[in-house]
Design a protein around this ligand. Structure first.
Ligand SMILES: [Zn+2]
Length: 546
């Protein structure tokens, strides 16, 4: 997520937070950025297989303590082993095979000095114990950490969020996106009378004095920022959805006072499932089920436990990001954050510089939801309406290997780029098969933008190299410049990268036709001397009549 907001005040607030808290504006990168954002030699030699995160959460003192047992396969010559954990949290002990190991700290990165020989191909385990007062989220989820809130009855209402900042803000891990753990057990000890809801399925509940530990098991690969703790006085209801891969458990956890309105409002969840399975293929985590979990912040795409804080209203906190009215036909958080199950949790970026793979496709999914229920015109109105949010301030793709996001335009410029691509494909069934094919081909994988771009070129049969260079790597919008002179139409593209030659549909008088502009001027002869040209609104381009 890292939602893009248009309501002016929210937008300013979001950008302020961005500038202060995230890495988006920063152009000078530090040694710490490299340790966080690159596949260092101390990460590359081992492959994650399993985590058991065991954490006790104490809201009264805003203190957490516990351990992460990390199992890995040795894939190259052993070196020190890098684990990330952000201060003020502290690693208290690291052990392997019962022996305590030395740790050399370098800011957020901790280099563990292994004692045992680690043959290539072997499976090894280390246990990292830690504790402290984790960073408190000021404005979750745009910054991140723990949100320590209270519900209306005064009960603790606690949640984590950490996209961008990294999961190491609250638990020790290999904090880089390229390596997803294959499966994970999350054990959370919650305060008396409260429940924890994390990812995957609830395997067991253990009683410890007057508190309980909730053991949640995730059977599928999961990215770090997808892992979450949510503690509250939850009520639970559920349904079984008859989906493309059979029965899917859909479970809902909301504060007890919100149960009645949630039962009505969450009807958008099965509607979402139906539309997105149609467009993107089967929900990618049937084994882990799907959950919507109420939290004290707006929401986040936590895998198989999508978090929800949109106050049971349609739109984005009640407003329509497109300004067309169509954005009020659905709950933005249910649709958008769940769309990420396909684009973020199924297909995951390796490097946050390629975050458009998550946000471009997911922002685009909003209009496909509308398309499914209200038709193609409604969906086009919506996605075109969201163009007003585009800034063209910086390229969509960020800097690699330093944990750097590109422009927030990854949302709605990304969505409009994909909407434009749908026009170029000009065959909706083929376009749907391409979107489904993406989710099948890159099932449960971490990917680069190049893999996605190449796949789309191959499957559309169009060389999209210049198309993606233009929209993802520059702030220019292709501009169709044209001149009507009696019965002559002269036209070409400006503000384009080399080799950009996207065809575009135009209306000339009342007839729609394709033009094939390039950088060089072209001329066509028209039937009459009195002509009007209009570019099809579905293409995200500028037009300049000379
Ligand atoms: Zn998102």
């Amino acid at each position: 997520m890292k939602l893009y907001v248009t309501a002016t005040i929210l937008l300013l607030f979001c950008l302020t937070i961005s500038a202060q808290g995230l890495l988006t504006e920063k152009q000078i990168f530090t040694h710490q950025d490299t340790l966080r954002g690159s596949i260092t030699p101390e990460r590359a030699w081992w492959d994650l297989t399993y985590y058991h995160l065991n954490v006790k959460v104490e809201p009264d003192t805003k203190f957490i303590s516990g351990s992460n047992t990390i199992q890995y396969k040795v894939v190259d010559t052993q070196k020190d082993l890098q684990i990330d954990l952000q201060p003020p949290l502290k690693i208290t002990k690291v052990t392997q095979n019962g022996e305590e190991l030395n740790v050399v700290d370098d800011g957020n990165a901790h280099f563990i000095k292994l004692k045992n020989n680690q043959p290539i191909g072997s499976i090894q385990t280390i246990e990292v114990s830690y504790e402290g007062h984790p960073k408190e989220a000021v404005r979750a989820p745009w910054d991140g950490g723990f949100s320590w809130a209270k519900d209306d009855k005064g009960n603790d209402f606690v949640a984590t969020s950490c996209q961008g900042l990294g999961a190491s803000v609250w638990w020790p891990c290999k904090d880089h996106m390229y390596d997803e753990v294959d499966s994970m057990l999350i054990s959370v000890n919650a305060p008396k009378g409260l429940m924890d809801v994390s990812n995957g399925r609830l395997r067991s509940i253990e009683q410890f004095g007057d508190t309980k530990t909730y053991n949640w098991f995730v059977k599928n690969p999961i990215n770090n920022y997808g892992v979450n703790v949510n503690i509250g006085d939850y009520a639970h209801f559920s349904e079984v959805y008859d989906g493309e891969r059979g029965h899917l458990d859909m479970d809902y956890y909301v504060l007890k006072d919100h149960l009645d309105k949630a039962k009505e409002h969450f009807k958008d969840a099965p509607k979402m499932m139906k539309a997105f399975e149609y467009w993107f293929g089967p929900y990618p985590f049937y084994e882990d089920g799907y959950k919507l979990v109420e939290v004290p912040y707006l929401g986040m795409e936590h895998q198989s436990s999508v978090t929800y804080g949109n106050h049971f209203m349609n739109g984005y906190l009640g407003s329509d990001l497109s300004g067309t009215g169509w954005g009020l036909k659905f709950d933005f958080i249910i649709i958008h954050e769940s769309g990420h199950e396909w684009f973020a949790n199924n297909i995951t970026y390796k490097d946050i510089a390629d975050m458009w793979i998550h946000e471009g496709f997911t922002a685009y999914s909003e209009n496909l939801f509308l398309d499914y229920y209200y038709g193609k015109e409604a969906s086009a109105d919506y996605v075109i309406g969201t163009r007003k949010n585009i800034q063209n301030d910086r390229p969509i793709i960020g800097h690699y290997d330093v944990n750097n996001e590109g422009s927030g335009d990854m949302y709605y410029k990304g969505a409009n780029m994909l909407h434009t691509l749908r026009q170029l494909v000009d065959d909706d069934d083929k376009w749907r098969q391409i979107l489904r094919g993406l989710n099948k081909t890159f099932y449960h994988q971490t990917v680069t933008t190049k893999q996605i771009e190449d796949y789309l070129s191959q499957e559309t049969g169009i060389d999209l190299t210049a198309f993606f260079n233009e929209y993802l790597r520059t702030t220019d919008i292709p501009t169709l410049e044209y001149l009507l002179d009696k019965n002559e139409l002269k036209y070409h593209w400006t503000h384009i990268v080399d080799n950009f030659d996207m065809p575009v549909q135009v209306w000339i008088n009342d007839k729609e036709q394709w033009l094939f502009p390039k950088a060089d001027w072209q001329t066509i002869i028209l039937d009459s001397n009195n002509n009007v040209l209009k570019v099809d609104r579905d293409f995200y381009v500028n037009v300049n009549k000379l």
